[in-house]
Design a protein around this ligand. Structure first.
Ligand code: GLU
Length: 294
């Protein structure tokens, strides 16, 4: 496979559990989107939350390689990238684009919401605290999260599967109260600093993409191309889970799992090279893949 000159796609698993067939299918699709456009492909372990799950991450990487997903360079581990997240926060803070937030989840859910604001969107409670109000909150002992001071309520991204998609941008969290960089910040910083210009992932993350694209713009990063692909669901239409039966590579075997993935895509192929030759993003099945484990 020729090494591309610029641009890259990526797969970014969180090491919370072994990958199931749906995660593997998404990884295969991300690889196909990248390789079919001459891009590189990067692997990133999103272990900010799951730093102790080193063995799970290693198994995920082994499974991805076994199914035929290849990546360039060494996998990146988010837990080793704190300096770049701190630098991005420092930049935003220096421009007055951050503020401390003392709200608990319960505070946020019970606060009055603007009409049409989606549940869970931050209502802005701590946005305009005075110095003395902030000092009083600090006395309370709860370490503050750091939020983005967004100057818009929505943002539009272009998605290869969903077209033009407009979604909510609230004052989302950049750094959690426990000091851990938030997912939305880490993803944006890592993608940009790794030269990733194509983001292919499950469509459960479509609604996060306006926040991420807006933040990328604020940080002066170029917008990636997005493709949010349909998830795999169980017979009840719910997101596939371990309890649904045989879903991991260890349970299914590599060849049967690969065959299931290619059949679900409608491009029966013996290996990734054949699959790449058949891949046509315009023919990607638009609906979730209903998977009924045996
Ligand atoms: N780590 C996230 C997950 O496993 C994916 C993040 C992303 O692709 O942006 O769901």
């Amino acid at each position: 496979m020729t090494r591309p000159t610029s641009g890259a796609g990526r797969f970014a698993p969180s090491p919370s559990a072994d990958l199931h067939i749906g995660n593997l299918r998404t990884a295969v699709l991300a690889w196909l989107f990248a390789r079919s456009t001459g891009r590189g492909f990067m692997m990133r372990v999103e272990d900010l939350d799951d730093r102790t799950h080193y063995d799970v991450a290693e198994r995920q990487l082994t499974d991805l390689a076994a199914i035929g997903v290849t990546w360039d360079d060494q996998p990146q581990w988010q837990s080793r990238q704190h300096e770049r997240y701190d630098a991005a926060i420092f930049q935003l803070a220096g421009r007055g684009l951050t503020y401390e937030c003392y709200c608990s989840r319960r505070d946020i859910l019970s606060a009055p919401r603007a009409p049409h604001a989606p549940e869970g969107a931050y209502p802005g409670t701590c946005r305009e605290l005075t110095d003395s109000e902030r000092a009083a909150k600090r006395e309370g002992g709860r370490p503050p999260a750091l939020r983005l001071r967004a100057d818009t309520g929505e943002y539009t991204v272009t998605d290869l599967v969903h077209g033009s998609y407009t979604g909510v941008v609230d004052d989302f969290v950049l750094r959690r109260g426990d000091g851990v960089p938030a997912y939305n910040l880490a993803v944006v910083v890592d993608d940009a600093q790794s030269g990733i210009d194509q983001v292919v992932r499950g469509d459960d993350l479509l609604s996060s993409s306006p926040r991420q694209a807006y933040l990328a713009d604020l940080l002066g990063y170029p917008q990636p191309v997005y493709a949010h692909v349909p998830l795999v669901v169980n017979a009840e239409g719910k997101r596939l889970a371990k309890r649904d039966g045989a879903v991991t590579l260890a349970e299914l075997g590599v060849s049967p799992a690969f065959a299931l993935i290619t059949e679900s895509l409608g491009w029966p192929a013996a290996d990734m090279t054949e699959l790449l030759a058949l891949f046509n993003p315009d023919q990607l099945p638009p609906e979730p893949w209903v998977y009924q484990p045996v």
